[in-house]
Design a protein around this ligand. Sequence first.
Ligand SMILES: CC(C)(COP(=O)(O)OP(=O)(O)OC[C@H]1O[C@@H](n2cnc3c(N)ncnc32)[C@H](O)[C@@H]1OP(=O)(O)O)[C@@H](O)C(=O)NCCC(=O)NCCS
Length: 212
Amino acid sequence: MDVRPFQETDRAALRELFGRAGADSPTESLWGHLDSEAAVYLDPYMDLEPESLFVAEDDGQLIGYLAGCVNTRAFPSESERMEQAFRRYRSIFLSRSALFFARATFDTMAAKIRRTPAAEDFTDQRWPAHLHINIAPAGRGTGAADAMMDLWFTRLRAIDSPGCHLQTLVENTRAVKFFERMGFRAHGPEPLVPGVRYQGQKVRQRTMVREF
Ligand SMILES: CC(C)(COP(=O)(O)OP(=O)(O)OC[C@H]1O[C@@H](n2cnc3c(N)ncnc32)[C@H](O)[C@@H]1OP(=O)(O)O)[C@@H](O)C(=O)NCCC(=O)NCCS
């Protein structure tokens, strides 16, 4: 197993890995349309900040990746990226992913009526960096995730970053334990994530932060 910075020649393999790296986890699939999910959660990291992207490979096959961003405020927000993906893939969204968006609209309206907060973009200059990490099932528990985090933390220390945040789900217990072991702690409210279900239940967003 080897971990290293992303190279442009990894692009196709990384897109393929993106489709299977979340398997059996609460974030396995969001709205069920891979190209638009990648347009939000992977492509901008390859296009805009490849120097903060790391991969793990085993026997020549990619098994995991960590997509980082050193300054969240200077990066298109998750809402902006979702809006762009929505415009680009509008027709597919309307058919294949209609159930997800109907549920998301319903959840958002219900939260407003009950005056409970819904998940939103997070920016805070105490923890300006953020990351996403995904390891395919065969690579979990092997140390690949730890090794990629080491590369990411080394990069953040090299640029004197004060801190990093991430957003996961309360229900993603394996990920939460892993991030705690990596020095992150829970921060702020844990709002409902509109539209997303895990084992038939609504899920809550957990923001986690770590200083350097
Ligand atoms: C989250 C992830 C990067 C962690 O990497 P990992 O190699 O699995 O990490 P670990 O092996 O250290 O497992 C983390 C913890 O969960 C525990 N664990 C192992 N199997 C588990 C399981 N099936 N369910 C719950 N916890 C489990 C481990 O014992 C470990 O706990 P410890 O720190 O107390 O020993 C990886 O599991 C992953 O990519 N999962 C799928 C995608 C995902 O959830 N990404 C994060 C989205 S925010």
